[in-house]
Design a protein around this ligand. Structure first.
Ligand code: SF4
Ligand code: SF4
Length: 444
């Protein structure tokens, strides 16, 4: 089934247009440094301070990072990426600051500019480095603080800045808002797929993304078919459907909170019991782990990803599936924020096995899986294109070792990078989504 999806090439053209004519953010060097320091100060809590004090500079984290592995460039080692924050902490906040100040240089606007590439282009926030550090340092959390500082100093990469402004000011992304979702829902309705838009009350509220509406409408169709087949009492809201949160990706707290607030308020108004997240790794991190804290309230509904939902519906015998008997094999690519940061590793494998497929693992898998190379919104940035492709080559080698017929993933962001990487390198193995795989095997 195809729902008039934009081609990958046209989508890349759309990203090119985003880049065209973006004016640099005007700000004096002094103001940039002042703002970055203020943001560092606000985000440096006790946990981060202990982490920054504990780092042995041993460099063991380097080999965990796909960007270091792919390039052997030492500035891409995780420890290097938070060095700017460590410098700031030691000079300005450490109990020993009187001592460190003697020989630790103050941060400058040039430093901030240099770190833009390191923390936006060369870090997907995947957290693989966190698992290897002998001191248990949450390296990715410190790198995220650097992003916050750079965002405050006006160093959000231009494409991300345009998208952040669009989400903040218009509640759309890539020009996709309520009208585009309604049009897609109407098209699906004509195909006999009921998409219950804007119901006032429901048990389940599904989110989707602008990327799904534009590029992967079959994923939204698949979610609808699965929910309908399971007999769920569900809705999708045309003014609060966007699971992508450019605020969290870019390091801009006000936009992050605004985007979460839109969803939480609508979910509460609909009296839902379950907020169901589409194939988006960072949406899981945002809504599952950060929303309640950021809103400073306990949420009255549970937050569930599609792999978790499908696995539990299969277990409860509410989904009727066709089992394949043709020996099809798949490799499941674990999205970092679902697996490493969310623990959702077994459910997608259970789902694929319930379809009768042989699951073949890559050498790194589950919580240790290598990132696709494009988490944290990297695919929108031209400046990270070469690095992303190099990271993809690591994945490609792992997929080839597994030797499965198809690669399946549970994140549209991962899917885009794997598809772009495959296209550029002439790699032929099909890459698809978990929900579409399930929907294609629903017994009618
Ligand atoms: S592995 Fe841990 S202690 Fe060693 S350099 Fe990296 S962050 Fe520091
Ligand atoms: S979070 Fe991931 S991309 Fe960032 S430094 Fe660590 S391993 Fe590398």
């Amino acid at each position: 089934m195809s729902n008039e999806a934009m081609s990958l090439q046209d989508f890349r053209g759309l990203l090119e247009k985003l880049r065209a004519g973006i004016a640099p953010r005007e700000m004096s060097d002094e103001e940039r440094v002042r703002r970055a320091k203020k943001a560092f100060m606000q985000k440096l809590n006790g946990h981060r301070a202990v982490d920054l004090d504990s780092c042995l500079q041993c460099g063991m984290c380097a080999e965990a990072c796909h960007f270091y592995e792919a390039t052997q460039n030492e500035t891409y080692a995780p420890v290097y990426k938070f060095r700017l924050l460590r410098r700031f902490y030691r000079r300005e906040m450490s109990p020993m600051r009187w001592f460190y100040r003697v020989f630790t240089p103050d941060i400058t606007a040039e430093d901030l500019q240099n770190w833009q590439h390191l923390v936006y282009d060369a870090c997907t926030g995947c957290g693989r480095c966190d698992m290897i550090c002998p001191m248990g340092i949450k390296i990715s959390a410190s790198i995220r603080v650097v992003r916050h500082g750079l965002a405050a100093a006006g160093f959000v990469p231009p494409e991300m800045r345009v998208l952040r402004n669009e989400q903040r000011d218009q509640n759309t992304l890539f020009g996709v808002g309520a009208e585009q979702l309604k049009a897609l829902a109407a098209r699906l309705g004509e195909q006999g797929i009921d998409v219950p838009l804007d119901r006032e009350q429901a048990d389940v509220m599904l989110l989707t993304t602008a990327v799904e509406v534009l590029l992967f409408p079959d994923a939204l169709a698949a979610n609808a078919r699965i929910l309908n087949s399971a007999g769920a009492d569900w809705t999708i809201q045309s003014d609060a459907f966007e699971a992508t949160n450019i605020g969290i990706i870019s390091g801009d707290d006000p936009t992050m909170k605004l985007a979460i607030r839109r969803i939480v308020d609508k979910a509460k108004a609909c009296g839902i019991k379950t907020l169901l997240l589409p194939e988006s790794g960072h949406a899981y991190q945002t809504m599952r782990w950060e929303a309640a804290t950021e809103m400073n309230e306990s949420l009255s509904f549970e937050i569930v990803s599609m792999p978790e939902f499908i696995a539990s519906e299969i277990k409860a015998n509410r989904l009727n599936l066709k089992r394949q008997s043709n020996g099809a094999s798949v490799t499941y690519h674990d999205p970092c924020r679902l697996s490493r940061k969310g623990g959702v590793t077994q459910q997608p494998r259970d789902v694929l096995e319930a379809l009768g497929m042989e699951v073949r693992e890559t050498p790194s898998n589950r919580r240790e899986n290598y990132c696709c190379g494009s988490g944290c919104g990297e695919f929108v940035m031209q400046s990270s294109a070469n690095l992303r492709q190099k990271a993809f080559e690591i994945k490609k080698g792992e997929f080839e070792e597994a030797g499965a017929d198809t690669v399946v993933t549970g994140c549209a962001n991962c899917r885009i990078n794997l598809l772009i990487g495959a296209e550029k390198s002439g790699w032929q193995t099909p890459v698809t989504s978990l929900v579409e795989t399930v929907a294609a095997n629903l017994a009618d």
